[in-house]
Design a binder for this molecule. Sequence first.
Ligand SMILES: [Zn+2]
Length: 280
Amino acid sequence: MSWFKRDRKAIDSSVEDRRVLTEGLWIKCEGCREPVWKKDLEANTNICPKCGFHYKITARERLDLLLDEGWCEFDAGMRSTDPLKFKAAKAYKESLDSLPSRIGVREAVLNAEGTLAGMAVIAAAMEYSFIGGSMGSVVGEKITRSIERACSKNRALVIVSCSGGARMQEGALSLMQMAKISAALALLDKKGLPYISVLTNPTTGGVTASFAMLGDLNVAEPGALIGFAGPRVIEQTIRQKLPEGFQRAEFLVDHGMVDAIVPRKDLKNYIATSLRFFKE
Ligand SMILES: [Zn+2]
């Protein structure tokens, strides 16, 4: 019975084509659940034009946004060596080898020297797409070097955090970075040089527990998740329900843990004004 048989090929290939053409042009906003055109989002420094939800940006975009044109990177060549030969679902070495070519950075932080509204600064910005912006020995060393450079050149320091915390693939070596960086920041403080910490979504774990909270000024982007342990772990430990908005930037400002919430668009001006204030 050829009536019920399909002699010709199904026309599924054109359906496939259609999907490829529209794929990725629109996203459903995490903040307002509305469809947002990706181009609109990009033109708006990755902030939802409808609800103001702040999406992550890369470390390079961040430095372009904060620093004046002509900033240059330093310590760009440093790479982790996988000292523990760590293997979980994926071998650590595999990530270390494949990520730089895929996302264009060699580690989860970029160090930069340049000017911010005409003032000479040292800046570091974390890159979340590199193993969740986690802090291993190279991230710790690079941040320490940025602090030391600020000390030796008498410059203000700005660090933008975006991190899941210490890098488990380097075990205790990651945890040691917290103390090393904090000690370097104490030297910066002794020299009377300002350090502004910018906390973006998310800033958690060992990064929050060390340099992200040690700024002379700790400012956060709106809605940023900031905390040490995750809410589920805390609830299970203290056996209490956590309040609404717990660990969000707004909650932390209300409770004195963060100094101010500054939208991404105002961040450069805000930091410039603060640095001028510190100078006087
Ligand atoms: Zn939105």
